[in-house]
Ligand binder design. Sequence first.
Ligand code: MEV
Length: 308
Amino acid sequence: MITASAPGKLILLGEHAVVYGKPAVALAIDRRFACSLETSDEDMLNGRPADFSKHPYIHHMLRKHGVTNVAIDTVSDIPAGSGLGSSAALSVSVSAAIRSMKGESVTEEDIAMDAFDTEYEVQGRASPVDSSASTHGKGIVVNGPGERLWSASRGGNAWDISEIDIPDMTLVVGYTGLHAPTGPLVEKVRKFREKNRFGYDIVEEIGVATLEGINALGVGDIARLGELMSYDHKLLTILGVSCAELDKLVNAVSPYSYGAKLTGAGGGGSMISLTDRPDKVCEVIERRGGQPFAVRTNVKGVSVLNRS
Ligand code: MEV
């Protein structure tokens, strides 16, 4: 049996616009998805006979590698549809486990590209931000400065992924409890951007703000980074990917935050606060009906845990 695990992520700046090749910055977080894999007489998932065609990310990854007759067990503390990269962490850990089982290359780049391909096919469109953050861990930048890790291109867009040093900072997540699948939200932005010049301009503006935020991060200017995060939330709201629950939490924590915004695809899922008052922010999120948790960043990426 092979067991592999991979972290969830949060996006500090740049979600949605990154799908069109704009910059983004994402951090791996201390919540993980683990998957164990072994050959079996029939397909099994978590101890029961499984029809993997009902589990699109796993199904795509198994078909991509020509693997059949496997038993997969999964454990995760990343809520599904929470905007915290559960599908990427699943894809990354399943790719690492399959590759290890088959004795194939398990470089970070191979795993990240497997997971990106899976996300792209299942969601209908994607960027490599989630899959790269989950694979590499720590902090990554897409189409910005930093030491290049790997590159990807698809559908006329290209992305260079780099590692970035993360200064000490405290982030609190507020989960709305609303499950929000990524595909339809990405599709909503595609339509708005393609049919409306204003939508196109908002995506461009997210790119500009994100690049400035990456530079602020680089010089440890947390206050400026926070301002840009709050600005980014407004831009994402105009794109139509926020919702009442997210806006309520973002507005409520703002007095106690350098900045706050939705993170990930939106439409529910989670928001983040950059703050030096984490206890107060957690209290406010809870009072407004959200589920708060402080996250640790600078965590390791994919790991193959054991072989037996
Ligand atoms: C989702 O975590 C991030 C999006 O930008 C989609 C993607 O980049 O694939 C909304």
